[in-house]
Every structure is written in C-alpha cells, then in structure tokens.
Design a protein around this ligand. Structure first.
Ligand SMILES: Nc1ncnc2c1ncn2[C@@H]1O[C@H](COP(=O)(O)OP(=O)(O)O)[C@@H](O)[C@H]1O
Ligand SMILES: [Mg+2]
Length: 307
C-alpha cells in the first residue's frame, strides 16, 4: 500500500453531534487544545497515478467482445445483495443517524467533512480511510456510519463501509441491520465479497462483523487480509472505503491494519479525549500512515462553525 507525504488537509473544523454535550469534563480537551491538533496540509503529494491507472486497467473489461457473450454476469457491485434500509425513521437502539435531520448542524458537519475528505482523497488518488479514536466510546462508529451515509449521497459514487472492529463491532447495530456476518472468514478469503457484503443503499456497500474475534490483530495483520482487500477494491470499483477500527490506545489492531489504508481520521471526544491521548495517537501513527485529520465529536456549540 502506498505511503505519501503528510497531508492533513481535511478536518480543520470540528464535527458537532446532534446531542452535543455542553458540559465539559475536567479531563476533557478544550477547543484550544483541539486546535493544537488540527493539521494543515504542508504540501500536496504527487497523485498515485501509476497505481490508479493500473487499477483502472485491471478493472476494465478483459477481452474485446466479451460483452457479446451469451450470458454475462452483472459486475460484482451489482451482485452485492440489496437490503431494505430506512434512514427516515427512528428505530430504537441504533446510533443517531444524522441523515434523518439533513438540515441539522450535525448533518451539515458530516457533509462538510465528506467534501473535504473527498478533495484530499481525489487530489492524491487515495481511497482507503481508517477511522479510529484514542479510546472506546469517542464516537468512531457514530462518525464512520454518518460519514459513509453522507458519502453515499454523492451522485454516481460507490462507498464501502467495513467494520474492522473485532473487539466491539458496532456498524450493524448502528444501522439497524440484523446480521450474522463473519468478517474474519471474509478476510481469510473463505467467503466471496458478494456473499459477505450487503447494500443498504444502491451506492453503499457494508461489510459487517458479528462476532468479536480473539485473534483480531493477527487477522488484520495477515497477508490474506491485504490480498482480500486489494481484490475487494479492485472488483467493487469503490470510490471510497471507510474502515471502522478499534481505539488506538487500547488495542494494537489499528496499528496492524495501517498498511492497508491510505490515511487515518481520528475521532476525539470533546468531553473526554485529552491532549495527551491525541499526542500519543499521533506518535503511534507517525511514519506509518497519514493522519488525515482529527474530528472533534461531541463539540460544544461554541466550537462549531455551523451554529
Ligand atoms: N455526537 C454524538 N451525539 C449523540 N450521541 C453520540 C455522539 N457520538 C457518540 N454518541 C453515542 O455514544 C455512544 C458511543 O459511540 P460509538 O460511536 O459507539 O463509540 P466508539 O465506536 O468510538 O466506541 C453511542 O451510543 C453513540 O450513539
Ligand atoms: Mg465502535
């Protein structure tokens, strides 16, 4: 997987959740503290044109005239099973899906984050983004699901959302999709993508994870995991892939998975994450991947540019 110069162009602005917490813990990070961790792009790295072109060539029809064969299968994306999904009603026990409130500041924040993320990814020819946090409960799953739904609203796009959290998988529950999916089996190559993935929206495919695995870091570190994800990106022709990962400071799973992604979005909890925790995450990621930005979840109203 490719590595490029530090980018960090994206999330200069904090994301404000729909139930933003006005009260801040003493240990919580101030807006000033957060600003210290905002990243600005020092220089644009050269786009990975060679790899992008190679992928494009490989994705193209293999033989002239093959489309005239009597029976052609639909392409892999269209073979992924579509399932009913309703962003318009509030089923219980799900994470708040801000797409239900498109005019709310939180929904606008995710759309803003999406646009900035897409600009950065497009400029560099990147597609794969890990989303993680210093500690559990910061809102990684909340953020990654809402960001994926926002990305999926881009006309003509394809977004992939993969639950790589073997410690506490949460995407299925957040989206209200009852499923017994075995991400470990998929990453080992035992289950084909059409069987593992589901499409809650025509432009969004999700890879869910039902069982917490004991050997999570080993699965994410394995060569089969890399090969399966390469094939997934190639055959699905997805524009963007988001990976929900466990907290950086609690497990080494995210560190093991870094070679598979182009960059990382770090979710900080405005009521709980500390400057020291963010510094520790930054140190862990440095030299291994690009920190695309730090997103401030549960921001105070005063921290939001949209209120
Ligand atoms: N901005 C927010 N507004 C409202 N609820 C939130 C927000 N961020 C997170 N939550 C809630 O906090 C809990 C933990 O969030 P989650 O995304 O599961 O954290 P993580 O994946 O980092 O462990 C969930 O119940 C989620 O609904
Ligand atoms: Mg989670």
């Amino acid at each position: 997987m490719k590595h490029f110069a530090v980018s960090g162009a994206i999330p200069s602005e904090p994301v404000l959740g729909p139930q933003e917490t006005l009260k801040k813990d003493q240990d919580g990070m101030s807006a000033q503290g957060f600003k210290r961790f905002r990243r600005r792009a020092p220089a644009a790295a050269a786009p990975s044109s060679a790899e992008a072109e190679a992928e494009h060539r490989l994705a193209a029809p293999s033989a002239p005239g093959s489309s005239q064969l009597p029976a052609t299968l639909p392409e892999p994306w269209n073979r992924i099973r579509q399932i009913p999904f309703d962003t318009g009603t509030g089923a219980q026990n799900h994470l708040p899906l801000v797409s239900r409130f498109r005019t709310a500041p939180a929904a606008k924040s995710f759309d803003l984050l999406r646009t900035r993320l897409l600009h950065t990814l497009k400029a560099r020819g990147w597609k794969r983004v890990a989303v993680t946090a210093p500690t559990a409960g910061c809102g990684t799953t909340f953020s990654v699901v809402n960001l994926a739904l926002s990305l999926a609203r881009v006309p003509g796009s394809r977004t992939m959302l993969m639950d790589m959290n073997f410690r506490r998988p949460g995407v299925a529950q957040a989206m209200g999709i009852p499923v017994q999916a075995d991400m470990g089996a998929f990453l080992s190559g035992a289950v084909p993508l059409e069987e593992h993935l589901l499409r809650p929206l025509p432009s969004l495919a999700v890879g869910l994870n039902a069982a917490a695995g004991q050997d999570a870091a080993e699965i994410l570190h394995s060569s089969s995991c890399g090969a399966v994800l390469d094939e997934l990106m190639l055959h699905s022709d997805a524009d963007t892939a988001l990976f929900d990962l466990p907290p950086v400071l609690e497990h080494d799973d995210t560190a093991a998975f870094l070679p598979q992604v182009d960059g990382v979005l770090l979710i900080s909890d405005g009521t709980a994450s500390t400057a020291a925790q963010l510094a520790a995450c930054e140190k862990m990621l440095a030299g291994h991947t690009q920190l695309l930005g730090v997103v401030l979840n549960r921001a105070r109203k005063a921290d939001s540019p949209l209120v």
